[in-house]
Design a protein. Structure first.
Length: 251
């Protein structure tokens, strides 16, 4: 069987987000002892973090769900290659329509949107769902964007796809998470280098596609999307938008 490729924008990254190997190790360690634990990843992408988590403990099992069938196929192929296929189930589906039982460990990394709704309430929807899906005494790893400082009007105009009220400051994000029945175990912030590495590979994906598909009927649309993404990153997001990793204990 041929291993499916990561979609072009992410073909050169391990994680679909600003996460490097060192931070992944620390994040997994913050989840506590994983002996006989069941780990659930909602909005798992190709489940790289879930698979690495399971690889640290041979008695742990996992479940991941993502809307992208391409991502799920890749995750299944990676699980088989790493000898993890018998301990993890990966499914393609809509998280908003999925009903799961409370788990020992929950992961929701940069995917608060998977429960749907207006972007302004994505964080609230995600934390409410995680509170229901994490058993008392269990842990949840939640990663979300935050404002490093309030964006100016010009910066907001450069990223019109992000409502100003969608994100909070770091302290507000932590307090909001704790208000949903959690205690804070660990907190970390993505570095600019992690952001840049992820965004640079993202940019390369756009440019490689444009170079390889000059006659595509989608060429102009893809180029416009790439230009809008670059403009928002350079003129606004790099200075204003952070990314936080919270490990939470369900009380």
């Amino acid at each position: 069987m041929t291993t499916p490729e990561v979609p072009p924008l992410y073909r050169d990254v391990d994680f679909n987000g600003p996460l490097n190997d060192e931070r992944a190790v620390r994040l997994i360690r913050s989840l506590g002892p994983l002996t006989d634990r069941h780990v659930v990843d909602v909005g798992c992408g190709w489940a790289e973090l879930l698979l690495r988590t399971l690889a640290t403990e041979p008695t742990a099992t996992g479940f991941g769900i993502d809307l992208s069938e391409d991502y799920v196929r890749l995750g299944r192929a990676n699980a088989k290659e790493r000898g993890l296929a018998d301990r993890v189930e990966l499914v393609a589906g809509n998280v908003g329509a999925w009903r799961g039982e409370p788990a020992d460990v929950m992961l929701n990394i940069g995917a608060s949107h998977v429960w749907g709704g207006d972007p302004v309430v994505h964080t609230a929807n995600a934390l409410a769902a995680l509170a229901d899906l994490t058993r008392p005494g269990g842990r949840a790893a939640f990663a979300e964007c935050f404002w490093k400082r309030p964006p100016t009007d010009a910066e907001m105009a450069a990223m019109p796809f992000i409502p100003r009220d969608q994100y909070r400051s770091m302290p507000e994000l932590v307090d909001f998470a704790l208000s949903h029945g959690f205690r804070l175990i660990a907190l970390a912030e993505t570095t600019v280098d992690e952001w840049d590495e992820f965004e640079n590979w993202h940019c390369l994906g756009w440019e490689d596609w444009l170079r390889e598909n000059p006659d595509s009927p989608d060429f102009d649309e893809v180029r416009d999307r790439a230009d809008r993404h670059r403009h928002a990153r350079v003129h606004a997001q790099r200075e204003t938008q952070g990314f936080a990793y919270l490990t939470l204990l369900r009380v």
